[in-house]
Ligand binder design. Structure first.
Ligand SMILES: C[S@@+](CC[C@H](N)C(=O)[O-])C[C@H]1O[C@@H](n2cnc3c(N)ncnc32)[C@H](O)[C@@H]1O
Length: 297
């Protein structure tokens, strides 16, 4: 990713890392020197099955047919596109990203893992989402994991939404995600322990490093910590504008979408997110929430 940086390491932590890497080479365990940041990212923040469930079902509800073509904007490694072509033998996917090393990793992992037929139905292209070229006529365009927040002015975001609208087929549908709540406006760190089986344990750290309430500029970072005390600091760094749902809905309408709907997550018996999203105009003042926005004509 173009926005990613790896922090400069001190001599001491480098030595620790080298030792840990030697140990890990024997056990195959995750450690900072050898773990792949894309793999860690996927294990920490992505749930492509659930995402595609939502997108597939919602398109079917709105249009009364199965979608066939999907474009994943800001596709990174193309993990979601790979899930789309696995879903149905008729499905086709195009992923757009401007970071070749990230695309290459996706081709080597997700695309190569697919069977030959599915491989022929997916392309990951090094292309700016603002200039999608022939990646048009789509049933579905996705902008997930808040990537479109790198557009920081109303004009830039509206132009992107217009470019998406022009890329949709006649009954195409645009899906975005969004996060908000009072915690989004704080400088904070949150950790989550990930356990992906023996030796595949690590801690994901989400840092909201800075937030400027005058401009809504925010800087967020992802770090990873390993059981052997090594760390991968600043594996991913994002410079975003924190957009509100109201602004995004208004800009989608300004870009020409006649239908703009928010899908809000329901709650399970314990008051936790149920993973089921319902179309509504009434959200709750949760300190932190993630939701989907769906726009079409
Ligand atoms: C947060 S990652 C998103 C990864 C993936 N879509 C996901 O859901 O987890 C953002 C990606 O957007 C890409 N990107 C940034 N600006 C872009 C642009 N103008 N056109 C296409 N990709 C862009 C970066 O290279 C990076 O891989």
């Amino acid at each position: 990713m173009s926005t990613q940086t790896m922090s400069h390491k001190s001599g001491r932590s480098k030595k620790l890392e080298e030792k840990a890497a030697k140990r890990a080479a024997k056990t195959g365990a995750f450690t900072a020197a050898t773990a792949n940041k894309h793999e860690l990212y996927q294990l920490s923040v992505q749930n492509v099955e659930a995402e595609i469930d939502f997108v597939d079902e919602t398109f079917q509800e709105i249009r009364g047919r199965d979608a066939v073509t999907l474009r994943e904007d800001f596709c990174g490694t193309g993990n979601t596109s790979a899930e789309w072509v696995r879903r149905r033998a008729s499905n086709r996917a195009i992923g757009l990203d401007i970071d070749q090393p990230t695309i290459d990793w996706g081709l080597q992992t997700h695309v190569l893992e697919l069977d030959e037929d599915a491989q022929s139905r997916i392309s990951l292209l090094n292309r700016n989402v603002l200039e999608p070229g022939d990646a048009t006529g789509m049933d579905i365009v996705l902008a997930m994991n808040f990537s479109y927040w790198l557009f920081k002015t109303r004009e830039e975001l509206c132009n992107y939404f217009k470019a998406v609208r022009a890329s949709l087929g006649e009954d195409g549908v645009f899906f975005l995600d969004h996060y908000g709540g009072s915690e989004a406006m704080t400088e904070t760190r949150e950790s989550k322990k990930i356990d992906d089986g023996p030796g595949r344990k690590f801690t994901y750290v989400w840092e909201q490093k800075s937030y400027n309430p005058i401009t809504n500029d925010m800087e967020c970072r992802i770090h990873f910590k390993f059981p052997d005390k090594t760390r991968m600091n600043d594996a991913f760094v994002y410079h975003w504008r924190l957009w509100s749902l109201v602004e995004i809905r208004e800009l989608l309408s300004e870009a020409g979408f006649s239908e703009v709907h928010v899908y809000w997550e329901g709650e399970d018996d314990e008051g936790e997110g149920s993973g089921e999203y319902e179309r509504t105009l009434e959200g709750e003042a949760d300190p932190a929430f993630i939701n989907y926005i769906v726009a079409y004509d």
